[in-house]
Design a protein around this ligand. Structure first.
Ligand code: GTP
Ligand code: MG
Length: 303
């Protein structure tokens, strides 16, 4: 029998390439939220994949992008910092819109990491087969990846090959986490993210980028098979608050209903959800407010 292996795999790539979709697909459970729009993931999210031969600990990260707010900068720093402690960096690109120069800059910024570099070319379902070979060739010349693997996170194609190849380069090690654990994110965080996903899904223009969700109360009532959740959606402007609440509160109600349904599935309990909208002017630029909302800068790591 081959020895048991485990290690950390950081998924890095530009916004919207499908990192969270692949992460959820690997875990077989929706832990990270997903949206058609860029800059959806804002934190580092850990997910544990147990296989017979080892344990793969994946880190989903915010997309590398060029936004100018303090929130944008913290997101990018959070993502890049995960490379420091990873055994493998799984770089990811979107086959339907490869951007060689920007990807080169991203790879440059974590060059000091000793992790084994992989490249996943995602969304292969959107391109002709013939387009893949030249792309693989281009990226092979860009950087000496250990392996380049075409995948489709939505269709699940190439994912098994990817896991097998990653497992091969992980060090011999006992598992880092108990087998029944799938993530280390607290339930409060998962609940706030489900609400934020529904906000993104039901809003336009700058609102997704201006919204943050704080859980004010998360109370379990096991005797009644119920969780009571009270949350505040922070936005930056009065006008955004009006839009989010909608005529007669219709939009906020829809967001609440969608979030509650998904939480009930996820937590397998009944959920009572109460939502508030609050205007917190300029929170995306305010270091104190950002930290209170859970967007702390990564702590300084080993050099
Ligand atoms: N066609 C196709 N679409 C995909 C695939 N993977 C992801 N998507 C779509 O791409 C969009 C972005 O997916 P996410 O998983 O949120 O992307 P991300 O890289 O995590 O984005 P950020 O968190 O913003 O950095 C969503 O609309 C997904 O449904 C794929 O393999 N094929
Ligand atoms: Mg994401």
């Amino acid at each position: 029998m081959s020895p048991y292996k485990s290690g950390f795999i950081s998924i890095l790539g530009r916004s919207n390439v499908g990192k969270s979709t692949l992460f959820n697909r690997i875990l077989g459970e929706k832990i990270a939220i997903i949206a058609e729009r860029p800059q959806t993931t804002r934190n580092r999210i850990l997910g544990i994949k147990n296989m017979e031969e080892g344990q793969l600990v994946f880190i989903d990260t915010p997309g590398i992008h060029e936004g100018r707010t303090e929130l944008n900068r913290r997101m990018v720093r959070t993502a890049l910092a995960t490379a420091q402690d990873a055994n493998v960096i799984l770089f990811m690109i979107d086959a339907s819109s490869p951007l060689l120069e920007r990807d080169r800059r991203m790879i440059e910024s974590v060059k000091k990491s000793e992790a084994v570099p992989f490249l996943a070319i995602n969304k292969t379902d959107l391109v002709r087969k013939g387009a893949l070979l030249p792309m693989i060739d281009q990226y092979q010349r860009l950087y000496p990846f250990h392996a380049i693997i075409p995948v489709s996170a939505v269709a699940g194609e190439g994912v098994e090959v990817l896991l097998d190849e990653i497992l091969k380069v992980l060090p011999e090690s006992p598992p880092y986490f108990p087998e029944e654990m799938i993530t280390d994110q607290p339930e409060r965080f998962l609940a706030s993210e489900i609400i934020r996903e529904k906000v993104i899904l039901n809003s336009y223009q700058e609102i997704p980028y201006s919204s943050a969700v704080a859980i004010d109360e998360f109370k379990e009532h096991p005797d009644r098979n119920l969780i009571v959740i009270k949350a505040t959606i922070h936005v930056e402007k009065d006008s955004q608050k009006g839009i989010l609440i909608g005529k007669g509160g219709q939009k906020l109600k829809r967001i609440g209903e969608q979030a509650r349904k998904e939480m009930e599935d996820f937590f397998t309990r009944r959920v009572y959800l109460e939502l508030w909208v609050n205007v917190e002017k300029g929170w995306t630029q305010d270091p104190g407010m950002l930290s209170r909302l859970g967007y702390s800068p990564p702590s300084t790591h080993r050099s």
